[in-house]
Write a protein that binds this ligand. Structure first.
Ligand SMILES: Nc1nc2c(ncn2[C@@H]2O[C@H](COP(=O)(O)OP(=O)(O)OP(=O)(O)O)[C@@H](O)[C@H]2O)c(=O)[nH]1
Ligand SMILES: [Mg+2]
Length: 291
């Protein structure tokens, strides 16, 4: 898959994140719970080194609840601070401060020794495209912010978003590059909408998506589109039946594969197929060390 992430882009991103690192206490990587492996950037380890970090597992409203819990446990066992959130509806936000504070114990102890009573935690948000960085920052600033403004005393004027509970965010998130080299990862990113459809063969993508969904649970498509059991013998047949049921038909009764493909993928991206997690903790075996 041909995506525009050149080494130059990566270096610039790294430099930007590195430059902002000294302004913050902790870095929060936002990950999409529907694809918690594919939407995580393993190269972040190299940039952050021993900087404290937290994972915000986002889009919890779109992913399977049981799986959400498994992913939280999984990343906690790996030693991360983890918070499950729904950035669109401002769910889970209250847990971010306490989890971050737990990781920054030393900083607060040192401040206490010096008789400084600051409670503020400054956080940088990072993540690959489409995981919900802007939504998170917008939602948290709308619902909870008291003020946003320039902080004097730093060389470059940086905007901060302050929240009621002593959390401050850099107002622009760091956009990380995804790891496309792995075919499965690239497909998951495309399914989730992280890669623009325009640059892909959407019919082919949908074909693979149907196969993926059916490997998870055939009832998902069956229930949503009223499909008969016999059509599951063949993925094209599944597409055809959905097209017929939904009127994705061209002149002369031909199937409109483009239209039906878009319809199915859009339904997934709008969570109309239900709460679906495409990656399970079992899938991670073998690539474990990267994360
Ligand atoms: N249902 C749901 N949708 C979400 C959530 N978080 C983000 N979204 C949606 O996901 C899409 C992408 O969100 P953005 O906030 O634009 O993602 P981003 O990380 O800023 O993406 P880039 O700017 O491309 O890097 C939007 O359609 C959001 O409405 C969530 O927790 N739940
Ligand atoms: Mg954004």
């Amino acid at each position: 898959m041909n995506i525009n992430w050149y080494p130059g882009h990566m270096k610039k991103t790294m430099d930007n994140i590195k430059a902002s690192l000294k302004l913050v206490d902790i870095v929060a990587e936002i990950v999409d719970l529907r694809i918690p492996i594919s939407s995580k950037n393993p190269m972040l380890n190299d940039i952050l080194k021993d900087k404290k970090r937290i994972i915000l597992l986002n889009k919890s409203d779109m992913a399977n609840d049981v799986r959400n819990k498994q992913w939280k446990d999984y990343y906690e066992k790996k030693g991360y601070g983890v918070v499950v959130i729904d950035a669109l509806h401002a769910k889970g936000f209250d847990k971010i401060y306490p989890v971050a504070k737990g990781l920054l114990k030393e900083k607060f102890e040192k401040l206490k020794e010096k008789n400084i009573s600051s409670k503020t935690i400054r956080m940088m948000i990072v993540g690959i495209p489409n995981v919900g960085k802007s939504t998170f920052i917008n939602t948290i600033s709308k619902r909870k912010s008291l003020e946003t403004g320039d902080r004097p005393g730093v060389t470059k004027s940086v905007k901060w978003i302050k929240t009621k509970n002593d959390l401050e965010f850099l107002d622009t998130p760091g956009v990380l590059w995804p790891k496309f080299e792995d075919e499965n990862v690239a497909l998951n990113l495309a399914f989730s909408g992280a890669i623009k459809d325009e640059i892909m063969d959407i019919e082919n993508l949908c074909f693979k998506f149907i196969e993926k969904l059916n490997s998870i649970d055939k009832n998902i498509l069956k229930n949503r589109y009223n499909l008969s059991d016999e059509c599951f013998s063949d993925t094209i047949f599944v597409m055809e039946q959905i097209a017929k049921n939904r009127g994705a038909i061209l002149k002369k009764n031909e199937i409109d594969y483009f239209k039906v493909s878009k319809l199915i993928l859009d339904d997934f991206r709008k969570a109309k197929l239900g709460k679906i997690t495409l990656e399970t903790v079992d899938d991670i075996e073998g690539i474990e060390d990267e994360n």
